[in-house]
Design a protein. Structure first.
Length: 127
């Protein structure tokens, strides 16, 4: 199965996936009720089936309804997206991503000490 990176999923697909993560497991109706814009049930069903076919969701049967679950954790998906970003944009150089992040003016000055402590803790962990 060749799963697209999460960043290549459409906005509605990511919204569905995020809803399933929030709920832990969900029926099509439960997801539909939480989505913005009131999409049709069949639209949500089709998108969830496609997400399952492409490896993002799995399902189990409860009575006559399907209950969908994430196929892998949100952390695993985030890690894969980060690795794809580092490979694609920074030619595999994670330090270049970190430098860019630190240079970004949107990173609040209150976040920088936390980031520094995290980097320092990872450095001592890996030594």
């Amino acid at each position: 199965m060749n799963r697209k990176p999460i960043t290549e999923l459409g906005l509605r697909q990511r919204e569905i996936l995020e809803t399933v993560y929030e709920l832990g497991e969900a029926s099509v109706r439960e997801v539909q009720e939480r989505l913005s814009g009131s999409p049709a049930y069949t639209t949500v069903l089709t998108m969830m089936q496609k997400l399952e076919k492409s490896g993002w969701l799995s399902h189990t049967t409860r009575g006559r309804r399907y209950v969908y679950l994430p196929a892998r954790s949100k952390a695993a998906n985030s890690q894969a997206a980060l690795e794809a970003l580092i490979d694609k944009v920074y030619d595999g150089d994670g330090s270049a991503l970190l430098q860019q992040l630190l240079a970004d003016r949107r990173l609040r000055s209150t976040s920088r000490p936390t980031l520094r402590m995290f980097v320092d803790s990872r450095r001592s962990y890996s030594e």
